[in-house]
Design a protein around this ligand. Structure first.
Ligand code: ZN
Length: 324
């Protein structure tokens, strides 16, 4: 039996509907608390809920909350938003990236993530992730619907390699899909190398932040492995105009990879939220980006409507399914 694991229980992949594949809803990363980065704290669940409702009212059904253990995940708050709005939310097991690991873990003010990962064996980290997927996250009954790992900008540390191996082994044990954080879109090839060493079928992996590295050759090489590519910086003009992201996406489509593309906004700042700071908000992609994308795709000779159906319905359904 194949299923998708949401915060409120397992559902049929057919019930996912319109899906954002990488967002953040409520989070308070200790690293950013320690560095006084107020904009990076999504710490008012009522405000976050307002944006989730904007998404729902625009036609959205499911959101993948990509917030892992080391990013100040708040599972009870997000679960409550899912219950109150009826929007299905998928939680994330595992870890993000090394830069966050100078801060302490929620359970112990005297132990940093880095110390904890260093002291743990790969087997112990694997057990930790498996427990998040099969029992519950941080003492709750909410189970992770994907397993995350991540690496740094143009580098992978030994501790990050340890977490990639643990994520891969937890994937083998649970069948949960894997999601990777790439910093500024770098190091996907090197991540793939470790995943291959661990025997992971790349069709079960999605690579995040691909649009931060708008390099079509790089994207095509990743797509060749069978993996999903997540273009999750929609609306972030400071990293490049929308035309850049759309050109990269259409380049993949031209080469036949439209079934491996995911789209989202990675809203990890108050200033990205409408409810906090009058930013683009969670309805932006549906209301503003999709009409523009359809227009450009149609003009390029594709069916924009069909592509949108793949990016937001068919591809997430395939990507986030636990396959037995
Ligand atoms: Zn993110």
């Amino acid at each position: 039996m194949s299923f998708v694991r949401t915060m409120l229980g397992d559902i049929s992949p057919d019930d996912m509907g319109f899906t954002y594949s990488h967002e953040h809803i409520v989070c308070r990363p200790q690293h950013w608390v320690d560095h006084n980065q107020e904009d990076l704290l999504l710490d008012d669940p009522e405000k976050s809920k307002e944006d989730v409702l904007l998404f729902k009212n625009a036609g959205g059904r499911t959101i993948v909350d990509a917030t892992a253990y080391d990013y100040g995940r708040d599972v009870p708050a997000v679960k409550k938003i899912s219950e109150e709005t009826g929007v299905q939310i998928i939680a994330t097991a595992g870890l993000n990236k090394g830069i966050l690991w100078d801060s302490h873990i929620p359970e112990n003010p005297n132990l940093t993530y880095g110390q904890w990962i260093d002291q743990s064996s790969v087997e112990e980290l694997t057990d930790f992730i498996v427990n998040e997927v099969t029992v519950g996250i941080q003492g709750t009954d909410v189970k992770g619907g994907q397993i995350k790992f991540g690496t740094s900008y143009n580098s992978i540390t030994p501790l990050e390699i340890k977490t990639i191996r643990a994520a891969a082994r937890a994937h083998h044990l649970t069948k949960a899909p894997i999601h990777s954080h790439t910093e500024t879109g770098t190091m996907a090839f090197e991540q793939i190398q470790v995943l291959k060493e661990e025997g992971v079928n790349l069709e079960y992996v999605s690579f995040g932040h691909m649009d931060r590295n708008p390099d079509p050759y790089y994207h095509l090489k990743i797509a060749d492995t069978g993996a999903f590519l997540s273009f999750d910086g929609i609306g972030k003009v400071k990293y490049g105009p929308e035309s850049m992201r759309i050109a990269c996406i259409l380049e993949l489509v031209k080469h036949g990879y439209q079934k491996q593309i995911l789209i989202s906004g990675d809203t990890a700042r108050k200033s990205y939220y409408y409810s906090y700071k009058y930013g683009p908000g969670l309805a932006f992609i549906i209301e503003k980006w999709i009409p523009r994308f359809i227009d450009e795709a149609d003009k390029a000779g594709f069916s924009g409507k069909q592509l949108v159906e793949d990016f937001f319905i068919n591809n997430p359904k395939k990507c986030f399914t636990f396959k037995k």
